[in-house]
Design a protein around this ligand. Sequence first.
Ligand code: NAP
Ligand code: MG
Length: 399
Amino acid sequence: MTKIAMTTPLVEMDGDEMTRIIWQMIKDELICPYVDLKTEYYDLGLEERERTKDQVTVDSAEATKRLGVAVKCATITPNAARVDEYNLSQMWKSPNGTIRAILDGTVFRAPIVVKGIEPYVRTWKKPITIARHAYGDVYKNVELTVPAPGKVELVYTPADGGEEIRATVHEFAEPGIAQGIHNLDASIESFARASFEYALSTRQDIWFASKDTISKTYDHRFKDIFQEVFDADYRTRFEEAGIEYFYTLIDDAVARVIRSEGGFIWACKNYDGDVMSDMLSTAFGSLAMMTSVLVSPKGYFEYEAAHGTVQRHYYKHLAGEETSTNSVATIFAWSGALRKRGELDELPELVAFADRLERATIDTIESGQMTGDLAAITTLENPTKLNTRDFILAVASRL
Ligand code: NAP
Ligand code: MG
């Protein structure tokens, strides 16, 4: 066949361990036979990060600003054990953290829903996407142990020497604890914009919730900024797209999420997003079926799987044992990036290919062929458990 043409390259960020092996198989078996693949390749594998003093990570993020769409393989975030294992000169920072800081993004996580892997919540028919604000609140807190009676205050000292503002947190008559947290208008605004952009690009309703009835200044600020951004720049575009923005109290949101059919985006403050995304990925079935995309308010997209490098499987692989590692979220990172590139460059064949690749992957699982993690939880009878390579080949034959 004539291969499907691309015009603008994708930023390709290669990674580590088992996912690096899957990465190559996906390209060889599922993409390159059909697409005249154009990428700008950055090797974010730990050895190359060490060799370039992590400059390759920065370069890949800068390339994403230039080209607009990236696809990323899972990467090792070094800890003390990795420093020894890879003989590192430094404990390099998390590549995802570095990329996020450069692109100023919000992370969206959505489960891939297939028949036979049933959500624990009966009413859920469609995926629920979490948009998590990734700055501030309790993640940048300051805390105190209050050892004995005394007063804890919040004090604001203006930089220009103006009058300070004080508020009493509590007059302690006995020992206790206290905490100070903050956020920034600009960060909240960029979170709101990224969320609204993502809702438009996926044509889904968006919900946002906070505890504004109790936190009348702090949480209320989030509510107000979302509403101001929506009214100024998104109301008309949402009407045209036939989608809705809906604000409610966090308690009400939690109750409605459980009763819902899914099919919407749930924008969450930092802590809510941390906790709720773990609950949702488990309730939908498996971490290996969770997609993740970083969206910047400027409209850059970086697609990846939510899981890590699956180190335990990699060591089995190195020892010559058979592995059954699930490649679905990594396949969907590629299809997501190719689809977005196709939309931006007006290449309907590339968009259609991304749809077919996803369909073939889902159909393979629904026909009973799957990796071990899914075979262990499926409601389908007599599933066939495939090894890492055979699963990808099964998708290829369907494609
Ligand atoms: P992990 O790679 O997500 O794997 C944890 C466990 O979850 C695996 O041992 C496996 O369970 C199961 N699992 C995850 N993905 C799977 C898949 N695709 N197919 C089948 N099973 C899967 O987390 P980790 O082992 O804690 O972390 C390994 C490395 O990944 C670390 O160096 C960490 O820094 C990095 N990491 C990177 C990212 C990223 O780049 N976005 C995210 C998280 C972690 P069983 O062993 O029971 O089969
Ligand atoms: Mg968490």
